[in-house]
Design a protein around this ligand. Sequence first.
Ligand SMILES: C[S@@+](CC[C@H](N)C(=O)[O-])C[C@H]1O[C@@H](n2cnc3c(N)ncnc32)[C@H](O)[C@@H]1O
Length: 385
Amino acid sequence: MDEIIDQVSKLATTADRAARRHLIASLRKLADSLEDPIGTIHRYGHIDLEKAMIQVGLDLGILKYLAEADGSRTVDDVAKVAGADPALIRRILRYYSTINIVNEVSQGMYVGTNIAKNLNEEVTVAALGHYYGIVSGQYQATPAYLKKIGYKNPTDETHTAFHEGWKTRVHPFQWMSEHPEQLAHFHKYMALRRQAELSWLTVYPVLEETKGLSDPERALYVNVGGGIGHQCAQFRERYPEIPGRVILQDLPATIEQALPTPGVENMAHDFFQPQPVKGAKLYFMRGVPHNHPPHKVKILFANIKAAMAPDSVLLVDETVLPDTGVGFVAASIDLTMLGAFASMERTETEWRELAESVGLELVKTYPYNLIDNECVMDIRLPKSV
Ligand SMILES: C[S@@+](CC[C@H](N)C(=O)[O-])C[C@H]1O[C@@H](n2cnc3c(N)ncnc32)[C@H](O)[C@@H]1O
């Protein structure tokens, strides 16, 4: 048995990202298939404890200390850094070793694992700040919410599990605007969550599409709902020579936190209002329409359509669900969208139908992250218009 596990571990160290993801899914499936009822009880029964104790580790700086330590540390070392009772820290570290955040190398001596390092990454801290700070409340409220609405597929963005969980009537983005710390976590997570090589810029023929543009006053790239502007900065950096304005648009509270990138205009704009930048070459949105149910996406698309010139392109950078075999991440985000916004992840057919419903045409889909089904869709005015 140990020999087989050793072989799999060796294989894993040389596997690429896709192969590793496949291996993890296969090993989890195998582990689950071996589980008895008591195992299942403890796995789900203690699921919230993992989150809670990770939060304690983040609050106390234990995870940072263990992630950055070069080698093992004693309970007392950790307790000193945390400024906490060694008897408490001992119990926390003992638990961490059971969920593979640390390895217990000898009695009272622990070393951080790759999970401790992952938990200490800036993107993870921001993401967990978001998930623990907001999304957990929504998840908790989901069963009662679905029961209340008679198990219909939600379509009303003004009444979701988020609203039930947080006892509010305001839209989640409005709610975050009123909670700047949460807004900051969210935007940091959005900005940092993809590695540079996982970008629409790696697959879309920007130079070809923008060939012949010469008017520096024409908008070249408008990033609608662009967060704090990381993508605008990347675009300007990659294509400094293409003439035209690069514009970031988002809600006012987000624009207040936006990066001051030279050559990028930061503009407060609500995309449910008419698009003020007319005739841009590229209108771009990443992870934006998936936050909205179909009747709202139609308004969003129609507002951009009304501003488009005949050669404008609407680029929609989103998850495009496969018809079968949807993975854990996409399926989880789909249900998270349901709970927050009465929204959803969509298949290519659903994206195409949405575009067509406002008189636009999905011309081509460019996948750039096959593992997580992320693509950029090229959507245009029909040729005859
Ligand atoms: C999921 S985030 C994606 C952010 C960014 N595009 C990215 O990929 O990192 C959705 C963005 O839409 C913005 N947003 C939501 N409602 C909006 C509205 N009505 N008008 C403009 N922006 C809005 C949010 O503030 C947020 O930045």
